[in-house]
Design a protein around this ligand. Structure first.
Ligand SMILES: C[S@@+](CC[C@H](N)C(=O)[O-])C[C@H]1O[C@@H](n2cnc3c(N)ncnc32)[C@H](O)[C@@H]1O
Length: 313
């Protein structure tokens, strides 16, 4: 089993690691970005992952680059505290490669996929409620809202109704059991995607509080960046990408949806933004990459740089 890093060349180009720089990889995963960064320049790399298995696998890479790769089991939403308590207060680069790794999705026991049967878990870390806990206990309306909001599933009400009906007979324990109930509750998708795809995405996002983690990480990463430092984020669905896009626009002084005919804009003081948007449009994988790695299909890369003179003394 392996994880093919997505948009690796583009991530390296945007992060452009230099000798003696200090960089954070907030989503170590299979270590694909980490290895490339360590090989690209004699930099120091801090790497986080909330998944203990990912951190354990990383020990071999740390041994290959003695003293240069520091692995921490933890969430990127806590990056500030995790780094500061280790004496790191400034970074030259931060990269986040959002979502799940192939190791997670392809391991039946982790319960992320309905391609094979497994316990209905979906937790990237080891604490908190599982997907089974959510589907077995949430009220029907709460389930429908969750599936609508995080899965963008138009048939969320039907799905929630079917789940609640089924669980009164047998509580959900496995991925295939849930996938089958959901599939039968929605019309066949003309594009051929499995009827449970959106609902599974919604449950995964909710179980791991994925959007909350991104919101918490964005401010902290920007705060940690040294002058000239780069923040690079690869996201895999529109909910994630929207958060990143808006935060980057705001930080770089681009206010979305404001009209130049709005008189309040003429009155607004012009304060120099502390960041420069390196990607006015997101970078997408090319046809060759998506053919070789279908997981790359939905990727969007966005990058931001702290301006050299923008940090208060
Ligand atoms: C797409 S993979 C990263 C792959 C990596 N870039 C590589 O090249 O191998 C995402 C990883 O981020 C981790 N992750 C997701 N959300 C996280 C969070 N909030 N804090 C820490 N790690 C997280 C997952 O456990 C997973 O291992």
């Amino acid at each position: 089993m392996t994880h093919i890093p997505v948009l690796l060349a583009e991530v390296l180009h945007m992060l452009a690691p230099q000798s003696r720089e200090v960089i954070l990889d907030g989503t170590f995963g299979g270590g694909g970005y980490a290895r490339a960064l360590l090989e690209a320049a004699p930099c120091t790399l801090w790497a986080l992952d909330r998944d203990a298995d990912a951190i354990a696998r990383g020990a071999a890479l740390a041994a290959e680059f003695p003293g240069r790769l520091h692995l921490i089991e933890g969430r990127f939403g806590d990056m500030m505290a995790l780094l500061v308590e280790r004496g790191v207060a400034l970074l030259d680069g931060v990269v986040l490669d959002l979502g799940v790794s192939s190791f997670q999705i392809d391991t039946p026991g982790r319960g992320f996929s309905f391609r094979f049967d497994g316990p209905l878990d979906m937790r990237m870390g080891q604490s908190g409620p599982t997907a089974a806990d959510l589907v077995n206990t949430l009220a029907e309306a709460e389930l429908a809202d969750l599936i609508w909001e995080f899965g963008e599933e138009r048939f969320s009400r039907r799905v929630a109704r079917a789940i609640v009906k089924a669980r009164t007979e047998t509580p959900f324990t496995t991925t295939l059991q849930l996938a089958e109930v959901i599939r039968r509750s929605v019309p066949r998708d003309p594009s051929g995607i499995h009827g449970a795809t959106r609902s599974f995405q919604a449950l995964r996002i909710s179980v791991n509080n994925e959007l909350g983690e991104i919101e918490r990480a964005l401010g902290q990463a920007m705060q940690l960046l040294a002058p000239g430092g780069r923040l690079v984020i690869v996201s895999f669905h529109s909910l994630e990408d929207r958060l990143v896009k808006r935060a980057f626009q705001k930080a770089s002084g681009r206010t979305p949806n404001t009209s130049r005919h709005d008189p309040s804009m003429l009155m607004a003081p012009r304060v120099a933004a502390p960041f420069h948007l390196l990607t006015p449009r997101s970078i997408r994988p090319g046809a060759a990459e998506t053919a070789a790695n279908p997981r790359a299909r939905s990727a969007h890369l966005r990058a931001l740089q702290r301006l050299p003179e923008s940090r208060a003394a």
